[in-house]
Design a protein around this ligand. Sequence first.
Ligand code: MN
Length: 251
Amino acid sequence: MIILCTNDDGHEARGLRVLADVARTLGAVWTVAPDREQSASSHALSLDRPLTVAAAGPRVYHVDGTPTDCVLLAVEALLERPPDVVLSGVNHGSNMGEDVLYSGTVAAAMEATLLGIPAVAISYAGQDPAAIAAYGPWLERLLRDLLVRGDFPRDALFNINLPAVAPERVRGVRITRLGRRIYTESVARDRDGSGRVVYRIGGGRTHWSGRADSDFRAVEAGYVSITPLHLDLTHVELLATVSGWTLDRGW
Ligand code: MN
């Protein structure tokens, strides 16, 4: 099995190292990762400039681009043949609810899904990236269970969040849906060195809501959360309603 590992925290991130070590117990591993932090880069592609790839070791490459760039370059230009699976993470920080729309970690897995390659995004909800290493054996078992299945979905990816507890205190695995994360006061007004008004995005306050079976409730309760995601954003339930709005009048 050929496994491509990537992330959005950059090639030096501890979470990526843990993931690549786990992946090596499952197959032949290629790592193609951004050469710097790319968190919240979402599904951006670098169309406005050429990308540089640095070979950092056997089957290890650093790209001066986004996580999505990394997956595309890996699949179309760097690997001898397309990978059997793409693993993205382990992100330093959770990716739950609406986070998946901003996350470069999840976007890398989404890019693989678009290319027809099974993909798993993994994030750790705790504050200390050094604590991710303890999850190695746990992740190995979980990924093995997921990947040996012959029925890994072609049009979906899995978004895994590890709770902020030591692995021996994990209460189990829950299959979840996305919760709702609401940020308030996320824009701060400031002044730069020359007195000019500038704005910073980030920080602020986070409120969670969502059903009992949502990702953040599982993670908060000490479970590993696994959310199957698909990329068709069509609001299926609204199709009939909006069709009834007769928006085709006058055509
Ligand atoms: Mn990140």
